[in-house]
Write a protein that binds this ligand. Structure first.
Ligand SMILES: Cc1cc2nc3c(=O)[nH]c(=O)nc-3n(C[C@H](O)[C@H](O)[C@H](O)COP(=O)(O)O)c2cc1C
Length: 309
């Protein structure tokens, strides 16, 4: 790849200028429930990304899917994240945070209102912590997707029509003044967060629910779309037609397929998870057409600096 690489062209994301279209996808790494200097090192080393989307971050102590996942609900967490964002900004970067509710236990309808309030508080805390915006995780098999996806849906009886919960959360989070991106995927699997995962291909009913939802999104900062596990550029063109805002494509992109997606205008930017784990200098490697290192997934969730920094 050369300097003509479309991934290295600047992009306009609302009122932000991204110096390139290489986005760091959210990656849970279980390095502590309060962000530390280890997190600061991890993100600062990746500050040359056009945009960093920090790992899935819990909105409430009521829903902790596993240990050592950071949150945005205590003063110490806000202070820890502030050190991370200050460092990324001082190095010229931009950083959003993914707000996450795993939905590990049933959510009675009486708790829906307080869950929406938790999203609003977490978004306000994200602004206090210096983030440039938040991403709402509506992908995977997590709480919001449990309301969205007919195949996962055992929740609608508790809370109206399928997209209602996500739309209400977006309204609540917007009210804080935060820039808000949405991460979606009609393609889910039980192990969505850590590929390779079994392919799940949505039926037409599911796809049409997602079409409807995407049409109803009220100008989010971006739509972050995770495509099918078996890589397929065409899957993105469907959403390109439905959504005229900033589209970030993800899942299984190589440097060449990512360039092709941007060059053919299927997406404005491409996000990378595994390549950023192994290559903090991913943008530089793209610019110099250098080979990419391969991540050792044994260190995905082990804690400590090895395989992380
Ligand atoms: C270790 C690891 C942790 C992940 N954590 C998250 C997460 O917190 N939130 C999320 O939406 N996706 C998460 N993912 C999924 C990635 O963001 C991405 O969708 C997936 O890895 C496919 O992109 P890639 O081919 O560039 O790796 C994770 C993936 C990995 C490998």
């Amino acid at each position: 790849m050369s300097q003509g690489n479309p991934l290295l062209r600047p992009a306009i994301l609302g009122d932000l200028v991204l110096p390139n279209r290489v986005v760091m996808a959210p990656t849970t790494r279980c390095r502590g429930s309060v962000p530390s200097d280890l997190h600061a090192l991890h993100y600062a080393r990746r500050a040359s990304a056009g945009l960093i989307i920090a790992e899935g971050t819990l909105i409430s102590p009521q829903d902790v899917p596993f240990p050592n996942v950071p949150g945005l609900f205590t003063t110490a967490q806000v202070a820890g994240w502030r050190r991370v964002t200050d460092l990324v900004h001082s190095l010229g970067g931009r950083i959003f945070v993914q707000l996450w509710h795993a939905g590990t236990r049933p959510l009675p309808s009486s708790e829906v209102t307080s869950t929406i309030a938790d999203y609003r508080t977490a978004a306000a805390n994200a602004l206090r912590a210096g983030f440039d915006g938040v991403e709402i995780a509506a992908n995977g098999t997590y709480l919001i997707a449990q309301f969205l996806n007919p195949r996962l849906n055992h929740r609608t009886d508790a809370y109206g029509e399928l997209p209602r919960l996500l739309l209400d959360i977006l309204d609540a989070v917007h009210s804080t003044g935060a820039r808000v991106g949405v991460r979606l995927s009609p393609y889910w699997s039980p192990t969505d967060s850590a590929p390779p995962c079994p392919d799940y291909f949505p039926d037409e009913e599911t796809l049409s629910h997602y079409d409807d939802l995407v049409r109803r999104l009220d100008s989010p900062a971006y739509l972050h779309l995770r495509g099918p596990a078996s890589f397929d550029l065409d899957a993105f063109s469907r959403y390109r037609k439905l959504f005229d805002g900033f589209l970030i494509a993800n899942n299984g992109f190589s440097p060449d397929t990512a360039s092709a997606a941007v060059e053919s205008d299927l997406a404005d930017a491409v996000s990378f998870a595994r390549h950023f784990i192994a290559n903090p200098d991913l943008v530089t490697r793209f610019a110099l057409t250098q080979e990419l290192a391969v991540a050792d997934k044994a260190h995905n969730y082990t804690g400590g600096p090895i395989g992380y920094i």
